[in-house]
Design a protein around this ligand. Structure first.
Ligand code: ZN
Ligand code: FE
Ligand code: FE
Ligand code: ZN
Length: 266
């Protein structure tokens, strides 16, 4: 199975499990590598209740070291973060990026203004929202994140569909400008399997987005977004088929922010 680079730790306060349990799950799933990418700190602190604090970073690296010890020579362990793309966050993220030996950084859009739109806590807000306008704002924000050049991997591209609110008709008008921005910048996208377990009941991104991304030469990783050990590598066989149906023949791997690729097999 491909590497799984999107996974969480209890430091974000909504994930469970010990590093040793994640490593055993990764080995059992046959992952080529296991990457840890918990929700990164944001300023001003406390920013919200679903991420680590800056002072947790040493403990985060201890957690990653425990995973490396548990894995031994069985599995490569990679160190990353899932960073929130928020207006004015560039310098802070560039600082985090320079200060620690990351293998990769993931960029995510979970916030539009001060609304973390994927948080089930605010689900009611969606019912009274202009979906077309929110989608427009989401994809523009996503393109700006791609253009920042701060991230190796761009997370769950169409997370905005999570609660199954989407504009009617052809969505290419949203996809095309953002795919152009990603292709121009060189970061890779995620095929994130968590979407299959949300109200949208579809992996992120939609098959059509994957096809367009593949045609544009954008690289791919397959990710589970695990918040518990048993979720590592979840639905990867299904995801692999989706990726090859869209035209992908390889997925990307990262080591100290250098990218290479591995064939999609099986
Ligand atoms: Zn999370
Ligand atoms: Fe996320
Ligand atoms: Fe995540
Ligand atoms: Zn995520």
């Amino acid at each position: 199975m491909p590497a799984d680079y999107h996974s969480h730790t209890p430091l974000c306060k909504h994930a469970v499990g010990q590093p040793e349990e994640y490593v055993e799950a990764a080995v059992a799933a046959g992952l080529s590598e296991y990457g840890i990418s918990d929700h990164a700190p944001c300023r001003p602190e406390p920013f919200d209740e679903w991420r680590m604090l800056e002072r947790d970073l040493p403990e985060y690296f201890d957690w990653i070291l425990r995973a490396k010890t548990a894995a031994g020579s069985r599995l490569n362990i990679r160190a990353g973060l899932e960073c929130d793309w928020i207006k004015g966050c560039e310098n802070f993220i560039a600082g985090l990026s320079a200060k620690y030996p990351w293998d990769y950084l993931i960029g995510s859009v979970h916030y539009l203004g001060d609304w973390d739109f994927d948080n089930p806590k605010w689900l009611g807000k969606w019912a009274e929202t202009d979906v077309e306008a929110v989608w427009g704002e989401y994809w523009q924000t996503y393109a700006e994140m791609a253009e920042s050049g701060l991230f190796d991997i761009l997370a769950h591209p169409d997370l905005v569909k999570k609660f199954a609110y989407a504009p009617a008709g052809d969505l290419d008008r949203f996809y095309e400008p953002v795919i152009e921005a990603i292709a121009a910048n060189g970061s890779v996208i995620e095929l994130n399997t968590a979407g299959w377990h949300k109200p949208c009941a579809e992996a992120y991104p939609a098959p059509r987005f994957l096809e367009l991304a593949c045609s544009a030469g954008i690289g791919l990783v397959i990710s589970s977004d695990a918040h518990a050990p048993q979720e590592l590598g979840r639905d990867f066989a299904k995801a692999r088929r989706l990726a090859t149906d869209a035209g992908f023949r390889e997925t990307q791997i990262f080591n100290q922010r250098r990218r290479s690729s591995e064939q999609i097999r099986g």
